[in-house]
Ligand binder design. Sequence first.
Ligand code: 6R9
Length: 646
Amino acid sequence: MSDQKLYPVIPAIAASAHIDTDRYHEMYRRSIDDPEAFWSEQAEQFLDWERRWDSVLAHDYPRGEIQWFIGGKLNVTVNCLDRHLATRGDQIAIIWEGDDPSHHSTLTYRELHRQVCKFANVMKSQGVGKGDRVCIYLPMIAEAAVVILACARIGAIHSIVFGGFSADALRDRILDADCRFLICADESYRGGKIVHSKLNVDKAAKQCPNLRTVVVIKHTGHDIPWSNGRDVCYHEAMQSADETCEPELMDAEDPLFILYTSGSTGLPKGVLHTTGGYLLYAAMTHKYVFDYREGDVYWCTADIGWITGHSYVLYGPLCNGATTLMFEGVPTYPEPDRFWQVIDKHRGNIFYTAPTAIRALMAQGDAYVQRTGRDSLRVLGSVGEPINPEAWEWYYRVVGDQRCPVVDTWWQTETGGILITPLPGATALKPGSATLPFFGIQPAILDPEGHPLDGEAEGILVLTFPWPGQARSVYGDHQRFVDTYFSKFPGYYFAGDGARRDADGYYWITGRIDDVLNVSGHRLGTAEIESALVLHDQVAEAAVVGFPHPIKGQGIYAYVTLNVGVEGNETLKAELKNLVREEVSAIALPDAIQWSPGLPKTRSGKIMRRILRKIAANEFSDLGDTSTLADPAVVEQLVANRQHPS
Ligand code: 6R9
């Protein structure tokens, strides 16, 4: 079994790491035995507070109520910027590396602070204040960090929408959070191609009557349509803005941001994170999981539109005074050695990316890696989906030259930060395992009836106790928060993933147990894609499932039932793909569409996705029990017409 392969802690790493094996066990024990004392100490050590908290924790899981550092006051930007000025004002805070390898720039902590204060004043002059929701629809440019932090400066709640999302997806998110203020770029670059950001905003805005102001950051500088009275030029507004802006004093439990993420049903949920606990957890995990040290150049390749970009491109690293690299491009442009070129160019020490990128680069062969040096690297990280042992081995051996531990970090949008992970100087590694819980994290494995399983076990992964970075609600719908995470197994946080615990207590994440897909590390709900497909007036019904894909982890397979009398053809397939692109995103495009005159349903009308998944995966031998189907003949027909995914 693959869990037999063990890579001991690398002695050179352990010798200088913040946390070695003994210290991990000692700190972990204390974090479980006396969580309030433990987290109090961490909150003092990692953050500057304007007012100390009155109590550390209050929680009631069945009601979805979680509060940390109650009564504490602070401002996130004081922690990420102001307090660094005296000691590292001239240190680089952000290295920006463009899509085009000849484009790069840097911002020092002093300059970043200055720009954040200026843009905070721009927002204030436009009437944005504490508690207002601000939508950010930007590519990976340094100004994104400026406007995000400016929201935190004045207590506005940011809602970042991934720049690759369509106009319709953007519209849904603007409306759900009732954002009246939006920041976008004119256009952006991705792998040498242009993305028309502002055009998408204009399209979305047509259906967002409350959207008052659109601030446009010039990035490509090409001509774009302009709506007088609504659109504001970022650069003009910044020119005249004042450089001082007092930070808004925030309660530890005041909202910091909303981030939309897919679930098994309905539209994506606006996961709400608050101020004190989130920042502490992001900063502490950043320091210990990556063994971050003063002077390190740290690079997380995630987009700011995902939680990984929030916690590990911006908030965690900046709170720790790190130099963080923001990358606009893609791993394969101009050539598949781009990551390694960027590491050599900026002398990157810590590198954090997703298994899908690792697999895609692995498929290009070792030569692209080997023609670069990578001698600055010390720690490698993985996030977003389970990493298969082959990809792990390649990452460790070829990219890291067997010198750099690989930290496989399991966590979610809802968890705010990393929960299950190795620590570079403390944890022996097993390829494919996220290994052990971080400080304060208490995982458990349940059977389908909700009974906790001891020792070696496989089942449903839950968390039994809160941690500071945990989400507090679903914006505007607390009941949905309770229903999604706290109702299925009362008393636990239900993550939606399955896991196995081996004899050494190591956790192996086995993937989602609900109808959430993970395509190239992106979370997508099958319901979202199905809703897009059935918008077509010739489609009667659609069912979407995932299947194993060598690069993307999961691919998307759609079964589509057309209206009576309609013939399926390639034009129709193209139209359906277009609908998905427009309604959701290009990430959600099906790899295969199968015309399905009927879908396998139970007598009560429930689609049996288990069967659809097997057919999509080309596993016909064991379709399981089909006797409860209303019409078992449907299955044979589906098997006979299986499509080869493109
Ligand atoms: C951070 C992030 C969360 C889902 C999660 C799980 C999968 C993430 C993983 C992993 C196995 C890892 N996932 N990291 N599975 N090993 N190291 O990705 O957040 O976009 O909300 O996705 O991703 O299925 O439930 P998010």
